[in-house]
Structure formats: C-alpha cells, structure tokens
Write a protein that binds this ligand. Sequence first.
Ligand SMILES: [Zn+2]
Length: 158
Amino acid sequence: MDTLPAFYEPIDVMHIAAWQESPEGIEVIALSSRKSAVCPQCHCRSHNKHSRYVRMLRDLPVSGKPVILVLQANKWFCLHRFCPMRVFTERFEGISSSQRNTDRLQLLLQELAFSMSAKAAERCSKAIGVPTSHDTFLYLIRATPEVPIEDCPFRFYR
Ligand SMILES: [Zn+2]
C-alpha cells in the first residue's frame, strides 16, 4: 500500500493506518491516537478505555473521487463518582457527533446549498465527487441558523 497522498489532510488526533482506492472512491482507515479523553458530561479526564467503535464518514473528495473516512475511535469509562455518564465516546475536532459528514465537507455542502439552486447543487456535488441529493441541500438550508441582523451585509437595505 502506498503512502497517503500529501494533499489529504488528516483530522484532529488521528493516525492514518491505511487507505485504498477503488472505482467507487478512496477509503481512508484512521485510528484515534489518544491516550485519554475528557468526559463531555463532567469534563474529567479518563485514561481507562472501555472499547472501540467504528464510524464511517464522508470527507472532502480528492481529485473528484469520494473519500470515505473509516474512523476507529474509543469509548472511555468515566470514573468520576457523581457523573451519570459511565461510558462515553471520544469527540474529535472537525467531526460532529451526530453527522455522517466531516465538518469540512458539511461546510462545502452548505456553501453549495447557498450558492445555487438545489438541483444545480446536486449536479455540482456529483461532479466534484460528493453526490448529494437536492432534498439534502434543501434540508441544509432549512437547518442553518439565521444570521443575526447585525451581521447581515444587507442591513442598510431593509
Ligand atoms: Zn463524567
């Protein structure tokens, strides 16, 4: 297996273990390299691993090919005696806990959603290697919080 192309930037504290290219795209296998993690509930650091789990995420395309990030992350015990969370999953900068896309891909899709019609964004996303339906673009627009009026560049034109 070759080394990962230099233009693919790993996210947060990940070790890229392997990658493979197929006609469908590029699969990047990444492992968490953390020795400890912070409990999201009580913010206490834990060094006690519970288990591992695998997440599959879409990432930014490389040379027009879709990239699937197969992330092997850890679950940790929270040992704080009053914390209600006994086991927690580690969090990564650049990966939201509930998304199926990395944050950087999500930002790209939001940019497409607000730059053109949903049907045009669907065609464009397919061409650049992140095929996304027009319904998803409409959802992205509806799910994006409104910009406060103070930050709106058109505030003088109301
Ligand atoms: Zn805790």
